[in-house]
Ligand binder design. Structure first.
Ligand code: ZN
Length: 682
């Protein structure tokens, strides 16, 4: 085979003096990068990490420099890579191209970059850029950035977003750019509320971007998106702004017009570094997702006079945090199940210290990415924290083999299946009864009448389940293992963690009936659990487990029928479920309902009395609270009035309600809350 020479290449591609190897590599890089950019910007899906993208991009740039060759469709040539707008939205051409900025990771270069001038330093928000045009004081048009030259008309949605005034005081023509973003907390909320059938979004940027481009603006209006203005592109009457040549003055003027403006600060070459550090300190508490910082020259005319480097305007630069990468060794890949049956791969590696915290786990997103990384046990990987926050695997330094993808669900053992969507493969558990799917199970478990973990919301539970922190009830009492990860979760911090940990600790002291209610045996709610607990008497937990092992018939208990008895044995006969229960019990200090009640009842005036409650309450927050109060003192509460009723509690003592009439007929005293408290001696 004849080897191609450099001259053959030039003839064939007319693309400059690249060696064959370099040329092939460049071609490959261009293709890969363009595919990734198209997926990322246009289709809202991520087929490679930002880290990987940047790395390949840098490699391509270096090759282009060393060979003096730039391929026709190289992403380094166009602002935002070779993609175009798709979908049914109307295309719209930008009057002023929306170019992207050159970037640096070197904070010490920023002072010199300013060249003695002042600059404006701001967050680089991570969402979707939209260009807003105002005329006669009204929002005329909102267009996505698209490829920088042509975007999509999304006016119908943008008018509903926060930060976008529909009418402004300025009556001339105004064009601004803003970033449509969603707060981390709102992201979690919206994602959770999406129907099961809809794909969940991976990060706030995906969700904000998808929302901006929805076809139905009613749907968009229901989602909390904010547009943060970051650049004034054009104003037909600059004299409207005092000091209009200053980018900082422009942003302040936009704020007065009613726009939400990106947080920013005026800097000098002397202050830029310390201001950058201020942003850095604020990063963990930032409610909006960011992707670094932007530094632009404050003097607009001067900035414009510098022109552009072909692709990047010279008037601004983006700063990205240098990701500190640390090497570690893969222990295994864990597949944690979520409510939808989706199994999320999490790489577990030897704990390493990055940016001040210990990290030992990182999501590897889906089967495609997990397989691509080849994370065999013992593989050496480099790990970093994206935006200093979220642990990620940067790359596999040395692989020992393929990533383990389980054929059976790690939670329930049912067969798994791989589903493909848009070229991305994901793993699912196919069993509809997979316990991992039962967020509802945990929601009930932590509720007030059950184990009662105050402040642990369904959203948090779902996050914990998705992340693999909890699978079995007892896992809630071992959250300490994941402390470092939990404190970095969206909407979580040290304080929330401490609160949660305290609530979990408090829940260890539990009545047997609450525990029995919590574990979710079909048909056994809080009332049935109390019946059983009372029957069991002292040392209720020990007696319960003993009776089960001796196959005692529970239907002898008042109110417990054959069905409930069968349910108890079906549940305890399921080894996994019963083991979960006994494992949980090992974490708890279980007290008896009976002894506590007897003690309280001994000196209460209502022991053995039966009450019916009707109407609104004043002193008690709700009826459940009053019921609990009565029961704790040895009294009983019934739903309807009969000859066995001792008192009807009704604050409207003289009302003509049905219950009052019935009480009068049967000679049952009607008492108010205050009378009741007096009766109790309290
Ligand atoms: Zn399963």
């Amino acid at each position: 085979m004849k080897e191609m020479t450099i001259f053959d290449l030039i003839e064939e591609d007319n693309s400059g003096a690249a060696g064959e190897k370099e040329f092939a590599r460049m071609k490959e890089l261009v293709k890969t990068l363009n595919e990734a950019a198209f997926a990322y910007y246009v289709e809202d899906r991520e087929i490679m990490s930002n880290f990987e993208y940047d790395k390949l991009y840098d490699e391509l740039t270096a090759l282009e420099k060393s060979t003096g060759t730039v391929l026709p469709d190289s992403p380094t040539k166009s602002a935002g890579a070779g993609y175009r707008a798709v979908s049914k939205l109307t295309k719209s051409t930008h009057e002023y191209p929306a170019l992207s900025l050159d970037k640096t990771k070197d904070r010490y270069s920023l002072s010199g970059w300013l060249g003695g001038m002042d600059g404006v330093l701001s967050w680089k928000l991570d969402g979707l850029t939209v260009v807003l045009t105002y005329e006669h004081g009204k929002l005329e048009k909102a267009v996505t950035r698209g490829n920088g030259f042509t975007g999509e008309d999304v006016t119908h949605n943008v008018v509903h977003f926060g930060g976008v005034p529909r009418v402004i005081g300025f009556r001339g023509k105004l064009i601004i750019r803003g970033e449509a973003v969603m707060k981390y907390a709102d992201f979690a909320k919206v994602n959770r509320l999406l129907p099961e059938t809809e794909a969940k979004y991976k990060n706030p940027r995906n969700l904000a971007s998808a929302t901006v481009r929805l076809l139905d603006s009613r749907e968009a209006a229901g989602r909390p998106v904010t547009v943060c203005a970051f650049d004034l592109v054009y104003i037909d009457d600059p004299s409207a702004i005092r000091g209009s040549n200053s980018k900082n003055a422009q942003l302040e003027w936009l704020e007065k017009q009613g726009f939400t403006v990106v947080p920013h600060v005026l800097v000098t070459p002397l202050t830029v570094l310390s201001e950058l550090e201020n942003f850095e300190r604020a990063l963990p508490d930032n409610e909006f997702p960011t992707d670094g910082l932007v530094l632009i020259l404050d003097d607009e005319a001067y900035g414009r006079s510098l022109g552009s480097t072909g692709k990047f305007p010279r008037s601004g630069i983006a700063f990205k945090w240098q990701d500190e990468t640390v090497e570690s060794v893969i222990r295994h890949v864990e597949w944690s199940a979520s409510r939808t049956g989706l199994l999320n791969p999490v790489a577990v590696f030897d704990p390493v210290e990055i940016e001040g915290t210990t990290v030992s786990r990182a999501s590897v997103h889906n089967v495609s990415i997990a397989r691509g990384l080849k994370l065999g046990e013992g593989s050496r990987v480099s790990v970093y924290k994206a935006n200093l926050i979220i642990p990620q695997i940067a790359e596999t330094v040395e692989s020992t083999g393929e990533t383990y993808v389980p054929e059976k669900c790690p939670v329930c053992g049912a067969p798994t299946s791989i589903r493909e969507n848009d070229g991305i493969e994901t793993l699912y558990c196919d069993d509809p009864d997979c316990p991992a799917k039962h967020v509802g199970r945990f929601t009930h478990f932590v509720s007030r009448d059950a184990i009662n973990i105050v402040g642990l919301s369904e959203a948090t539970l779902e996050t914990f389940i998705d992340a693999g922190f909890i699978r079995r009830f007892a896992d809630l009492y071992r959250l300490e293992r994941f402390r470092d990860e939990i404190v970095t979760l969206d909407g979580f911090g040290e304080k929330s963690y401490e609160n949660l940990a305290a609530a979990v600790e408090a829940s260890r002291n539990v009545r047997f009936s609450a525990l029995l209610n919590a574990v979710g045996i079909p048909g056994i709610g809080k009332d049935m659990a109390k019946q059983i607990s009372r029957y069991l008497g002292e040392n209720a937990y020990d007696r319960f487990t003993r009776e089960i092992s001796e196959k005692i018939d529970f239907s002898v208990i008042d109110g417990v029928g054959a069905v409930i008895n069968d349910n108890i044995y079906a549940w305890s006969g399921n080894e996994e479920k019963y083991a979960e229960f006994t494992e949980l019990a090992g974490e708890l200090n279980i007290s008896d309902d009976v002894s506590a009640m007897q003690a309280a009842a001994a000196d209460s005036g209502i022991a053995g009395k039966t009450f019916v409650i009707t109407g609104g309450l004043n002193g008690f927050e709700n009826r459940d609270q009053l019921v609990a109060f009565i029961e704790a003192r040895g009294g009983k509460v019934s739903g309807s009035i009969s000859s066995k009723t001792d008192y009807l509690i009704n604050n409207d003592v003289n009302s003509g309600s049905g219950k009052n009439k019935k009480a009068k007929e049967l000679g049952v005293p009607i008492i108010s809350e205050a009378d009741f408290m007096a009766l109790c001696g309290e």
